[in-house]
Write a protein that binds this ligand. Structure first.
Ligand code: ZN
Length: 159
């Protein structure tokens, strides 16, 4: 048998272009660290894979003026966290929730809590679309969603 081009590893089946985007965020994560004087924070774990994410944020006047993550785990969990902070930092809480909903929808998931605020808008998710290939691997979706679910927790967890 000749080995398939997409065979093996955490990235099996994900297109090369997307793999590059994911690896680029994994190697050079955006907004890595802890926000000093954070107003909101949460810790998330994905026991299936061993991924850990800590989100810290400063929210002022309804906007996420600063947002960082710390963590360890697989490339998908960590690059998703990096992309999440890059996409969300500077946004309002409502925009953060909306983008999280759009991101989950990319995997065919609907969040009941968020759905009620549904405004049916669909915008390009940019780099985040690199993670769409993960949806073929249900176990990996948990890796991709960890940072986003932890963000939602952080929004509820003021210090
Ligand atoms: Zn993982």
């Amino acid at each position: 048998m000749t080995p398939s081009k997409h065979e093996g590893g955490a990235f099996g089946g994900i297109d090369d272009l997307y793999r590059e985007v994911i690896l680029e965020h994994f190697k050079a994560p955006r907004n890595k660290g802890i926000v000093s004087s954070a107003s909101h924070q949460a810790d998330g774990v994905n026991p299936l894979c061993g991924d850990q994410i800590k989100i810290t944020a400063r929210i002022e006047n309804g906007k996420l003026t600063d947002l960082k993550f710390e963590g360890q785990g697989c490339a998908i969990s960590q690059s998703s966290a990096s992309m999440m902070t890059a996409a969300i930092k500077g946004k309002s809480i409502a925009e953060a929730q909306s983008l999280t909903r759009d991101f989950k929808r990319m995997f065919g998931l609907e969040d009941a809590e968020l759905q009620q605020k549904d405004s049916k808008h669909e915008e390009s998710l940019g780099d985040l679309e690199a993670l769409e290939g993960v949806k073929k691997y249900p176990v990996r979706i948990k890796c991709a969603l960890l940072a986003w679910n932890t963000l939602l927790q952080a929004l509820e967890n003021s210090q």
